[in-house]
Design a protein around this ligand. Structure first.
Ligand code: PLP
Length: 950
């Protein structure tokens, strides 16, 4: 009898990995290796071989992993929550849940750097910007920041940069701000020498010491204050005013821009995004036109395409980290695009009337609640409020919390004498009556209907919103589910995401985001938990995060992990703060030099600047490696002040540098700490471990190596791993044991997407993870070998091999044919591909990272396209194709240009069907090549009028 395999272990591995067994051998043969082990043995430098500490356990089947995580999720308890404090229950409209949040066409897309294949999500983001701009009354809004607290910190440094009170280092922060915002402000201010002065703005007599101020609107405790006069006083003293505002409240309240605020920031969470134990949610940032060029984050702008038609794109991309590098004041890169798009569609779906209706309902329910509480003898502190009340319960406070918990209700803990209540979109009459019941103490409950008939809005007349909101047609035409569903489909169809094609973006690791990994994300047990719910209710999250931390320690060789940072940039920041605090703890305050190789990602120098460090750039040699002698010389020169080295490994040049151990040794010998940027961890898991070959701290991009989808530009998770001596300096949080040093608003940052990584690791097991790294290396080397005779591969190791990505040098082609890296990237769109990373880390190059998830068939399709493009370039070189009017210069070609007169010296077929296989499944870009210069010169960052599309 044949032996039947009754087990299901490891069955997911082959589903995650692209190449099939026979293909794998053929690919290895093409590289001259007989096994994957032999290939990795050749790629991984001798000095770091064997450093991996990952156990080789089996992977769970998808069904088993889902069952296991379901039981973990079940340990979270879902109490009815009135905590508020910046996080509110809301309904994610079902068509948005299903057609956007759970739709790979939206969640597997990349940041829209290639505008021609991103018009759909760019439009959704432009709607977001328009919505923010409308509600806040400030004309320029960006396409999301990470959370409200970090947005407040961005606002603080923005004010510092732009305020005319140049000598001032003091920033006023209202005592009425959310506590988590104040915590992050303090963290971010200290390294920059900014003094955050927290106080009650009503008692502020002298505003002259400040360069800026943060006010909360409505206040965290619920009060609605009129900040007009105060804003004028700050302005008279040359200070700028930032207002943290609640978007739903703004449908009823005078917009911050209308009372003079310079900046508005806040969270878009309650516009349809689940609480998710704190994240991910989109924060927003809007400002006055005069300050637009100093905005942190990404900005969608309207430009024109080759045919003069409106086309969207990311505007002013070369600001901040790219150009300013170590002078950049913001390091934000990955943001919260998917969540911004959910919020934007929430506004599209509900429209101005629907949103105002929700806000009015919330406000009136709160007013009814307040009246009833007062009738029951409770002392409500607010006369004017939107949705939040503070009750001075005195000695009764603790007993009320106990009573609430017994009824599975959470109230906000303020202090021993007071508690808070926030009403939201999900609150009902029955909920209000239940709340009254907590306070009734045997008294008869008030009559809801009678109170409902008599309550009035409590918003002061001077603050009642007069200006209209969301008048653009986009917010007024998709209110039926059929219309919204089709709008979302129309936008998704304009874009290329991983559900259509490989996205070979170097340094971005666009691998499979498996459905089984994604499924738990939208379970209520993970989605509906408030981040500040009592710890006993989040036992499931506790188990999940404990297990994940252990898994990530095993994958990296570090001793401890913090899951708090909600993007790679924030991980970098938390890591450098840990290094800084470590030096300080040893009395080494003067250590403030951060060495950074010239090839570093722009976030590295920007982060060093934000952490109060001085950047010294070190050189790279002709092979793309760190110039060790230059590094040594600089480490020695600055030995008294050396704080850290930030180095990416394998390098941003796509190579495992052989000298990495020596490099780490040089830094340690001179008193510094080694920060290994783990963006390229996908080449290392199971093969070598940064925590074991010299790193003191690394961030990981879970949205690269560990399968969290990019969401069109976020969310992400950027946990840091540290060696034990840095453990005491990991980020803290008001809700954690270590209170100080928060880098994010929520203790676990983007907690609700951590199940994705948990699922990936459990389904792959140690052996599967190692195999993923090996296949990522195999796929990259296969591409590099197939393409090297057509395009020079810029850097390889001494063995002629690359790591998990390769850089093609297109500079010589520019000289020989006039064809640029841009032309090739755009021509790839005609072949149905997303372009590789352009001009990073070397201008005029393409960096290709295929990941392990792409099959040989897809790799070959890509290589065939690249080879075909090379032939077209050759035709330009030898004059067969015109040097200006050719398929490369005119790429990408749209369907619209095929009709009517065709004037090009090459055929329509060559333009749009350069290979026959495209006839079966062609991607048609909705716009021609987008004009970047026009867009930056004529900056329009909100929805243009419909007429302009004519
Ligand atoms: C090498 C490197 N470091 C840091 C980052 C920043 O990570 P994030 O975009 O998650 O902030 C990136 C992002 O692409 C990167 O490639």
């Amino acid at each position: 009898m044949t032996q039947v395999n009754l087990g299901t272990a490891n069955e997911f591995i082959a589903r995650h990995i692209g190449p099939r067994a026979g293909d794998e051998q053929a690919m290895l043969n093409s590289l001259g290796f007989d096994s994957l082990e032999a290939l990795s043995a050749s790629v991984i430098p001798e000095s770091i071989k064997g450093t991996s500490v990952l156990g080789m356990d089996d992977g769970l089947s998808e069904a088993d992993a889902l069952a296991m995580i379901k039981s973990i999720a079940g340990k979270n308890q879902l109490f009815k929550t009135y905590i508020g404090q910046g996080y509110y229950n809301c309904h994610t409209p079902s068509p948005i849940l299903r057609n956007l949040l759970e739709n790979p066409a939206w969640y597997t897309a990349y940041t829209p750097y290639q505008p021609e294949i991103s018009q759909g999500r760019l439009e959704a983001l432009l709607n977001f910007q328009t919505m923010i701009s409308d509600l806040t009354g400030l004309p320029i809004a960006n396409a999301s920041l990470l959370d409200e607290a970090t947005a407040a910190a961005e606002a603080m440094t923005f004010c510092k940069r732009l305020s005319k009170n140049k000598g001032s280092h003091q920033f006023f922060a209202s005592i009425h701000s959310h506590p988590q915002t104040l915590d992050v402000l303090r963290t971010r201010a200290e390294p920059l020498g900014i003094d955050v002065v927290v106080g009650d703005e009503r008692e502020l007599t002298d505003v002259t010491p400040f360069f800026g101020a943060l006010l909360q609107y409505p206040a965290s405790n619920g009060d609605v204050f009129d900040y007009r006069e105060l804003t004028e006083r700050f302005h008279a003293a040359n200070a700028l005013v930032a207002v943290a505002a609640d978007l739903l409240a703004l449908t009823l309240l005078t917009a911050p821009g209308e009372f003079g605020a310079d900046v508005a920031i806040g969270s878009a969470q309650r516009f349809g995004v689940p609480l998710g134990f704190g994240g991910p949610h989109a924060a927003y940032f809007s400002t006055k036109d005069a300050f637009k060029r100093d905005m942190p984050g990404r900005l969608v702008g309207v430009s024109v395409d080759r045919f003069g038609k409106p086309a969207l794109r990311l505007a002013m991309q070369t600001r901040e980290q790219h150009i300013r590098r170590e002078k950049a004041t913001s390091n934000i890169c990955t943001a919260q695009v998917l969540l911004a798009n959910i919020a934007s569609m929430y506004a599209v779906y509900h429209g101005p009337k629907g949103l105002t209706q929700i806000a009015n309902r919330v406000h009136h329910l709160t007013a009814i609640l307040a009246k009833g509480l007062t009738a029951l003898g409770a002392k409500v502190e607010q006369a004017s409020f939107f949705d939040t009340l503070t009750v001075a319960a005195g000695a009764n406070t603790a007993a009320l919390h106990d009573k609430a918990h017994a009824a599975q209700i959470n109230l906000r803990v303020i202090d021993a004498q007071r508690l808070g209540l926030s009403v939201d979109e999900t609150t009902t009459q029955a909920d209000i009556e239940t709340l009254w019941g907590l306070f009734a103490d045997g008294k008869t409950l008030p009559d809801f209907a009678a109170l409902a008939a008599s309550v009035q809005s409590t918003i002061p007349a001077s603050l009642v919103r007069q200006s209209p909101i969301l008048s653009h047609p986009v917010f007024n035409r998709y209110h039926s589910e059929t219309e919204l569903m089709r709008y979302l489909r129309k936008l998704a169809d304009k874009d290329l995401a991983l559900d259509r094609t490989m996205i070979p973006l170097g340094s971005c690791t666009m691998k499979l985001n498996a459905a089984s990994e994604m499924i738990p994300v939208t379970w209520a047990e993970f989605g509906a938990l408030h981040p500040f719910a009592p710890a006993a209710q989040s036992a499931g999250y506790q188990q999940l995060t404990d297990e994940l931390e252990a898994m990530l320690c095993a994958a990296t060789g570090y001793d401890a992990i913090s899951l708090q940072p909600n993007a790679g940039s924030q991980g970098e920041y938390a890591g450098l703060l840990a290094i800084r605090a470590y030096h300080q703890s040893r009395g080494d305050e003067r250590r403030d030099i951060c060495l950074i190789p010239s090839s570093a990602h722009g976030t590295n120098p920007a982060t060093a600047n934000m952490a109060g460090m001085r950047v010294v750039v070190t050189a790279c040699d002709a092979r793309g490696n760190v110039d060790i002698e230059d590094l040594r010389a600089k480490a020695i020169e600055h030995r008294e002040h050396l704080a850290a080295l930030m180095i990416t490994y394998p390098s941003t040049h796509g190579v495992f540098e052989e000298g990495i151990r020596e490099i780490c040794g040089i830094i340690h010998d001179n008193g510094g700490q080694v920060y290994i940027d783990g963006a390229n961890m996908n080449a290392m898991v199971g093969l070598c471990a940064p925590g074991k070959f010299g790193g003191d701290v690394s961030h990981l991009n879970l949205h690269k190596t560990f399968c969290i989808p990019h969401g069109g530009g976020g969310p992400g998770v950027g946990p840091i791993g540290v060696k034990s001596h840095l453990t005491p300096f990991l980020p803290g949080h008001g809700q954690m044991e270590r209170k100080e040093g928060a880098v994010c608003a929520a203790p676990f940052g983007s907690a609700s997407i951590l199940p994705i990584t948990w699922m990936y690791i459990r389904m792959m097991g140690g052996a599967g993870l190692k195999r993923a790294s090996q296949l990522a290396i195999l796929n990259a080397n296969y591409i590099s070998r197939r393409l090297e005779e057509h395009y020079p591969v810029l850097y390889t190791g001494s063995n002629g091999l690359v790591a998990h990505e390769c850089i093609l040098d297109l500079r010589p082609l520019k000289d020989s044919s006039g064809i640029s890296v841009d032309d090739v990237a755009k021509r790839l769109i005609d072949f149905g591909f997303h372009a590789p990373t352009m001009s990073f880390p070397v201008a005029g190059t393409l960096m290709i990272e295929p990941t392990e998830s792409e099959s040989k068939e897809e790799l070959d399709r890509f290589c065939d396209a690249m080879i075909r493009i090379r032939e077209e370039i050759r035709a330009v070189e030898n004059g067969t194709l015109d040097k200006d009017d050719n398929p490369l210069k005119n790429a990408p070609h749209t369907a619209a240009e095929l009709v009517g007169e065709w004037t090009h010296p090459y055929s329509r077929e060559q333009a749009v069907y350069p290979v026959a296989s495209l006839i079966e499944g062609k991607y048609w870009p909705p716009v021609g090549r987008v004009d970047n210069v026009f867009g930056d010169r004529n900056l329009v960052c909100a929805c243009p009028s419909i007429e302009s599309y004519a």
